[in-house]
Design a protein around this ligand. Sequence first.
Ligand code: NAD
Length: 285
Amino acid sequence: MGKIIDGRQIALAINDKVRRGIQHIQDVSGRPPKLVSILLGTRSDAQIYVNMQKKSAAQVGIDFDSRVLEESTTSEQLLDQIRRLNENNAVSAIIVQKPLPEGIQHDSIVASMLAEKDAEGIHPLNLGKILRKEADIVPCTPGAVMKILNMQGVDLYGKEVVIIGHSAIVGKPLSMMMLNEMATVTVCHIGTYEKGDIKAHARKADVLVVAVGKAQMVKSDWIKEGCAVIDVGINRTDKGIVGDVDFEDVKDKASFITPVPGGVGPVTVSILMRNVFRAYRRQNS
Ligand code: NAD
């Protein structure tokens, strides 16, 4: 049976390192990092993520300032809030929680932040830096995938990597981060699926990353023996939360596999904390 990755354990290890890094700077600066979270409305699923972030922040010593604004908040009002947070030296980093009400573009709100306060690593400047292998603050989920592979001792040099999903927050930046490590990267998406080629691509993978949002789409006949499988998907079903990979079907064929829940998710939150630490470190250097 393939090894089952314990994402919670990895998250604890990252958090421990982040906590020590923060302590070191705080001893000199006298002030902890501050992460401001902005949530519009009171959607319970978004609130779950905010609570996870809050818990992780407490573990590492980040002052988590959770702000809940009216769902009727306008783009202009939100942009005004961001402008004030940009100017506030006591604020290390900002996260605007998704989903936002219709009519407010998350991308343009993020673009209005100072890139050095972008907790999620998705500001255009931070995304662009990935191309030049200069990114310090990285998109959280791709950062989590890279960390998981690194902690399993996977050297990506020359490896066949297949990423299913090409979103701007997962597949695209991850493909570039893996190219930076000299992997041979194939990115598949709905077009690949509709053309009927997706299994043939997936079967070539030494490392398969799935970030689609389709419950248990990937079966054992999609992977080759010994493939490392990273499941990013989070799907709510009648049976609870499941990934994009059919875990029971695939686990015996994989060299290792990340479960859902308890795999990529917790590591993603700790990479968010690492980003806040890096923002704070830069602002205090
Ligand atoms: P998205 O909707 O922005 O993108 C989905 C991608 O999947 C697109 O590239 C699309 O072309 C592709 N796709 C859709 N149907 C497909 C099919 N049948 N075959 C192949 N490709 C197909 O999604 P996203 O924001 O990248 O999120 C993807 C999944 O990852 C979701 O389940 C989301 O909840 C989850 N997610 C998890 C984390 C985490 O921390 N674990 C973070 C972000 C997203």
